[in-house]
Design a protein around this ligand. Structure first.
Ligand SMILES: Cc1cc2nc3c(=O)[nH]c(=O)nc-3n(C[C@H](O)[C@H](O)[C@H](O)COP(=O)(O)OP(=O)(O)OC[C@H]3O[C@@H](n4cnc5c(N)ncnc54)[C@H](O)[C@@H]3O)c2cc1C
Length: 235
């Protein structure tokens, strides 16, 4: 499609107000950046954003606290709780989920084999509601089951106090405790990336904001694609 319509693609290029100066219309689809924690020790070596943990899981230690039990908290916990790629190995996947391809028993089921788990993970959330409220209706159970199989614990109703060499200090039900973890992964939401908006508007350029750059609170690829498609049709 891009070739057909002679769209010029410049990869590995950061757009700036200067490089966009000659365009009449600019579509800002610059996405989001992870929100940082606002508590003492937020810049401790133990702390990584979800983007850093996904890009460099080798930087994450063995004992891990994941702050935030939304969709990204679940995805990050799953990534860190997996060793290798069991979904790419049919025998391993069948062992984990108790599927007997030889159909030795009625229903083709067998006792599941607990998977190898490279890390101890605890997922925390501030609210007391059920973690993973926004997981997909038809797929949420898979994520919950997968994390349960891997011994990932969840703690709700957490107040985050500070981070230091001892770990993550929290308060739950009025009681303070320290989670002695090696790494703390922040999955506590995101903020729209809109650095270019003000300079472009000052220069009089028409700017259209879509996707995560428009609305960071609910990350929904379908909404971003729909916005982009409708905008393209209207320009
Ligand atoms: C871990 C994770 C799991 C997710 N799971 C789901 C899911 O299961 N279902 C779902 O619907 N959504 C999911 N999402 C959300 C989905 O990824 C986003 O809704 C979607 O990517 C938003 O698209 P976008 O185009 O707005 O931004 P993005 O896809 O983030 O793209 C923005 C791009 O702009 C680039 N950029 C920023 N600034 C500049 C600049 N100045 N110059 C040039 N390039 C720039 C960025 O590098 C990036 O490549 C998930 C997100 C994360 C992080």
């Amino acid at each position: 499609m891009l070739e057909k319509y002679a769209v010029e693609v410049r990869l590995n290029t950061t757009a700036s107000a200067e490089t966009l100066a000659d365009f009449d219309e600019v579509v800002m689809a610059t996405g989001v950046q992870p929100r940082e924690l606002n508590l003492p020790g937020h810049d401790h070596d133990k702390v990584l954003s979800y983007a850093e943990a996904i890009e460099s899981p080798e930087r994450v230690g063995r004992k891990v606290a994941v702050i935030g039990a939304g969709g990204i908290g679940f995805d990050v916990s799953e990534l860190l709780a997996h060793q290798g790629h069991p979904a790419l190995d049919i025998a391993e996947w069948c062992d984990e989920w108790g599927v007997d391809l030889a159909v030795g028993e009625r229903g083709g089921l067998k006792a599941p084999t607990p998977p190898a788990v490279p890390r101890d993970i605890v997922m925390l959330q501030r609210k007391t509601s059920k973690p993973g409220k926004y997981l997909g209706k038809t797929t949420g159970w898979v994520h919950r089951a997968s994390l349960k199989q891997r011994g990932v614990k969840t703690l709700t109703g957490c107040e985050y106090l500070k981070i230091d060499d001892e770990g993550l200090h929290i308060r739950r039900d009025g009681v303070e405790q320290v989670l002695a973890v090696d790494s703390i992964i922040v999955c506590a939401g995101q903020e729209s990336v809109r650095d270019l908006l003000a300079p472009l508007e000052r220069a009089g350029t028409a700017v259209h904001i879509i996707g995560g750059a428009d609305e960071a609170s609910e990350l929904d690829a379908k909404r971003a694609i729909e916005q982009g498609t409708r905008l393209a049709a209207s320009l």
